[in-house]
Write a protein that binds this ligand. Sequence first.
Ligand code: PLP
Length: 441
Amino acid sequence: MAQREQIRTGERGVLAHFGHMDEEPMTITEGDGAYVRTDDDEEYLDFTSQLYCVNAGHSNDAITDAMAEQLDRIQYVSSAKDNDARSQLADTLTEVAPQPLTDVFFSISGSESNEAAIQIAREFQDASTVLTRWRSYHGGTYATAGITGDPAIRLPVESHAATTGNVKFLPPFGGADAAFDADSPEELTERSLAHLEYVIRNQGPDSIAALVTEIVGGSSGAFTAPPGYFEGVRELCDEYDILLIADEVITGFGRCGEWFGSQTEGIEPDMITFAKGVTSAYAPLAGVLMRSELGTALREDAMDIGQTFAGNPVACAAGNAALEEYDDHLIDNVRELSPALEERVRSLADHDVVCDVRGRGFHWAVEFADPETGELVFDPRVEDGYNPVADVLTRTREKGVLVGGGRPLIQIMLSPPFCVDEDDIETGVAALEESIEEVFE
Ligand code: PLP
């Protein structure tokens, strides 16, 4: 049996994350810009950026050359020592991030960054409760699964209370299962903030260490907050002495048209967690940007946290080169082409089965509901049931375009690399639109 078939049937090989591989897993062997190629020589326009990571596109010479050059000099330096590539990256990160964030703690993955941020917040605040949001995703490790709103991720660890205790959830801003039925964005802001203040007061402000939030929802559905919401959150966090942690694992590094999503909302979080786009996924690297008070506390209290591979020099060299590419032209490309992408994706809302289109910059979700009732088209948790959204994904792929499945799979995610052009945008969205028509109409 071919290895690929054995992997698919689960007999041997790579264990898939999140419990499953695609039904017909493709073997991607090469990439170039916004395109990937498979072992059977098929080419696909990659509108997923491979899990929202490869912002600079595949096979970017500036990044691979910088990595090769670093490998020639030295491949690894312990995180207890200094390293020039690592310091350079920290300098640039603190320049492009919202200004009060002066210190960087490097880690390896987004999950570990969120783990560190929660641990630092709990230690610094001497409080344990973390506020987070339903329909969010913050990671696949124990504690981060516990602050993830997606039940498929959270429920299996929820009974392990020692790792996930003291977490309270806030509602998302929209989608078919929106909690607040507001008549206007302003009313939604008002109601969401009133609800947050109610939770804070009743939970007891002194017991709350931090509020963790994506700025634009990630794989759980590209939710954008109504105008003024995040400013209000910042004010409430100041008033009640709660640390505001922005999980920018997806929204960092230009995906929303600014270096960080927080800047698109005009807010200054106390910590920003980042990963994916920092190296454009040329090497695993992540971290936590934080205010100087927190950095100082970490230095002085010497909280013993860290990981062997955190801030690896080759990964940092990739990060330095990726950040130059973003600065040089890639974030400009996102700004320039976002209106065209937004208009084209929003046009999908003309289809009756599409109940919501939302997002910002180069990160969009298209959610499906029954046109008559507005209810979800199906229950995505029913095992082995036919899922029309999965069918749309497959058909779009058969047309040569990769789009992503959101969690839960009632939505489709579009997050192209920043190197696409207007023709790519049309090709990508048109393939999705045709597939929606085939499946639903
Ligand atoms: N936070 C968000 C918003 C994410 O989208 C992800 C991963 O998709 C993570 C955290 C976890 O990052 P990682 O998979 O690198 O651990």
